[in-house]
Ligand binder design. Structure first.
Ligand code: PLP
Length: 387
C-alpha cells in the first residue's frame, strides 16, 4: 500500500480549484455584503453578482436575463420540470424523459405523476442511447416538456441532445437538458444545443457545492420553487450565495475555455486505462461502449464480484472510485441506469465507475493499471472460495 491516494471520482464531485477559491474568498469577508442593499457595500456586491451572471451567460452563449442562480443541480432540475409543468398545465400534462436520468429529474417527475401528470420514460439501447425516432413518436399534442440529460453521470453516455431538441421544437415541445456532467468535457453553447432549459452544478467543475445554474431561454416561464424577497428576477428568492456564485462563474469560464484540452487529455488516459483493463482482466463489460461518451468516464461491470467489495478493497489501496451514482446516498442499490441497458443481470453487480479529472496524471493511470487487475483476481478468488 502506498500513502499517495488516487482520486478517480470526479463525477461525484471536484474540489474547488485554487484560482476559484481565491476569487471567492473576498466575498466571504471584505466584499461579503448583500446585493439588495442600497449602500455602497451593497452596490459593489450587486456589481459582482451582475458580473458573475454576465460571465456565465457568455460561457453558455446566453443573455444575462436567461441565467438563474440556484442552490445546485438538483434544484435547477426541479425548477425546470416543476416550473414548466405548473405554468403549462392548461396546455397539457404530458412530459417525456428517459429511464436513465438522475434522480433529481426522475423524482421530480414522480411528484408530478402523483399530481395527475402523465410521464413517459423512454428506454435506452444496450449502449445507453435514446432513439430519436422513439423520442419523436412519444411526443403528443398534450406534451409540454421533454427532459433528456446531456451526459449520464454513471456511464458517461452522451445523448444526441441537439437532434432531440430540434425534434421537440418542431413539435412545439419545450426541451430541458440536465447538463450537470458536461462542463469541461463537452461543448456547452445553448444555441448549438438548441435547448430551452439547461441545468448546471458548480461542484462538478471545480466550483463550490450548493450553487448551480438554471438557464431558461427568454420567454420561457420558470416560476420560483422558493418564494420570498424576489431575488433572481423573482425566480429564486433568498439572499444570494455571492461567494458561491462568483466561484461558479470563474469555474465555468475555465471549464469552457479549457474544454477541448481537458477532454483530449482525459480521453487519452481513459482509453489507455480501458484498453489495459480489457486486456488484463477477463470477464468484464464496458458500459456505454459503442456510444459517444464523456471523455473522462470509464464504467465497468466486473463479473463474479460485487461493487461494494471492489470499492472497499480499492479504497484500502488508496484508490477512490465509485459504483456509479454517489449522489443518491451511501447505500449501494442496483443502478437504475445499468438496469435500463437491458443487459444480463450478472452485469448489474460489480459495477465500478472511474471518472478522471482535469489534473489526473499519467502516473496515476499507470498505478491504477498496475493495481486493479491483481485486486480483482484476489476478490474473485475469495468470492469463489466456499465458506
Ligand atoms: N444531475 C446529474 C447528472 C448529476 O450527476 C448530479 C450530481 O450530483 C445532479 C444532477 C445533482 O446536482 P447537485 O449535486 O448539485 O444537486
Amino acid at each position: 500500500m502506498t500513502s499517495e491516494r488516487i482520486y478517480l471520482d470526479y463525477a461525484a464531485t471536484t474540489p474547488v480549484h485554487e484560482d476559484v477559491l481565491a476569487a471567492m474568498l473576498p466575498y466571504f469577508s471584505t466584499l461579503g455584503y448583500n446585493p439588495s442593499s442600497v449602500h455602497a457595500e451593497g452596490r459593489r456586491a450587486k456589481a459582482a453578482l451582475d458580473d458573475a451572471r454576465d460571465r456565465v451567460a457568455r460561457a453558455l452563449g446566453a443573455s444575462r436575463k436567461e441565467i438563474t442562480f440556484t442552490g445546485g443541480g438538483t434544484e435547477a432540475d426541479n425548477q425546470a420540470i416543476l416550473g414548466v409543468a405548473r405554468t403549462m398545465r392548461e396546455r397539457g400534462r404530458h412530459l417525456v424523459s428517459t429511464a436513465i436520468e438522475h434522480h433529481a429529474v426522475l423524482h421530480a417527475l414522480d411528484s408530478l405523476a402523483a399530481d395527475g401528470y402523465d410521464v413517459t420514460l423512454l428506454p435506452v439501447d444496450e449502449r445507453g442511447v435514446v432513439d430519436p425516432a422513439a423520442f419523436a413518436a412519444a411526443l403528443r399534442p398534450d406534451t409540454i416538456l421533454a427532459s433528456v440529460m446531456y451526459a449520464n453521470n454513471e456511464i458517461g453516455v452522451v445523448q444526441p441532445v441537439s437532434e432531440l431538441a430540434a425534434i421537440a421544437r418542431a413539435h412545439g415541445v419545450l426541451f430541458h437538458t440536465d447538463a450537470v456532467q458536461a462542463p469541461g468535457w463537452l461543448p456547452l453553447d445553448v444555441d448549438e444545443l438548441g435547448v430551452d432549459l439547461l441545468s448546471l452544478s458548480a461542484h462538478k467543475f471545480y466550483g463550490p457545492k450548493g450553487v448551480g445554474v438554471l438557464y431558461a431561454r427568454e420567454g420561457i416561464p420558470v416560476p420560483p420553487l422558493i418564494h420570498g424577497g424576489g431575488q433572481e428576477f423573482g425566480r429564486r428568492s433568498g439572499t444570494e450565495n455571492l461567494a458561491g456564485i462568483v466561484g461558479l462563474a470563474r469555474a465555468l469560464e475555465a471549464a469552457v475555455a479549457e474544454q477541448p484540452r481537458r477532454a483530449a487529455r482525459a480521453e487519452a488516459f481513459r482509453n489507455r486505462l480501458e484498453a489495459s483493463l480489457l486486456e488484463n482482466v477477463p470477464d468484464i463489460r464496458i458500459n456505454g461502449a459503442g456510444a459517444r461518451r464523456l471523455p473522462n468516464n470509464l464504467n465497468l461491470s466486473i463479473g463474479g464480484v460485487d461493487s461494494e467489495a471492489l470499492l472497499v478493497r480499492f479504497d484500502l489501496e488508496g484508490l477512490a472510485v465509485s459504483a456509479g451514482s454517489a449522489c443518491t446516498s451511501g447505500v449501494l442499490e442496483p443502478s437504475h441506469v445499468i438496469e435500463a441497458l437491458g443487459i444480463q443481470p450478472r452485469w448489474h453487480q460489480g459495477v465500478v465507475r472511474f471518472s478522471l479529472g482535469a489534473a489526473t496524471t499519467a502516473e496515476e493511470i499507470d498505478r491504477v493499471i498496475d493495481l486493479v487487475p491483481g485486486l480483482i483476481a484476489e476478490l474473485r478468488s475469495v468470492a469463489s472460495t466456499p465458506a
